[in-house]
Design a protein. Structure first.
Length: 153
């Protein structure tokens, strides 16, 4: 069973339109993928870590941006891999060009014996909900619809 993850969905309003910040996974396996590849900044919980604390830590590690509540709890989702993702939304703003992500290492090219480092997130961008619906990992689509429902209530 995959370890649970936690993440944050930053949102803002621009010209009356709701926009959300999505992150594109880094590394060579994601380099040519776009539609359905973007995600909320998220990561695995550490032993004994509260999910909201993990979500805040992961957001900052993967983007370099600080977070502040209040946080809106969203219903956890299950991705195709079986991983459960706990998520919260929060109102915020940032310049995605200032992204500073932590890195991971992997053997690249495959079977070469060479280890290369890649950013966990190679870029971030604010999207309208319509655009975000096409860009986001399909399992995370429910997070967008729930946020929209909550904000319109």
């Amino acid at each position: 069973m995959p370890k649970p993850s936690a993440g944050l969905l930053m949102f803002r309003r621009r010209g009356g339109e709701l926009e959300v910040l999505l992150a594109h996974p880094g590394g060579p396996l994601w380099a040519r993928k776009d539609l359905g590849a973007w995600t909320i900044p998220k990561g695995e919980l550490e032993a004994g870590e509260a999910p909201l604390a993990a979500a805040c830590r992961e957001f900052t590690e993967e983007t370099g941006f600080l977070v502040a509540g209040p946080f809106i709890a969203l219903t956890p989702i299950r991705q195709a891999s079986g991983k459960v993702v706990h998520a919260w939304a929060f109102a915020g703003d940032c310049d995605p060009r200032g992204l500073r992500s932590n890195e991971f290492t992997m053997e690249w090219p495959p079977h070469s014996g060479q280890i290369a480092a890649f950013p966990e997130i190679d870029r971030a961008e604010f999207f309208s909900l319509a655009a975000a619906n096409a860009k986001i990992n399909p399992a995370q689509y429910a997070l967008l619809t729930e946020l929209e429902r909550i904000l319109n209530a």
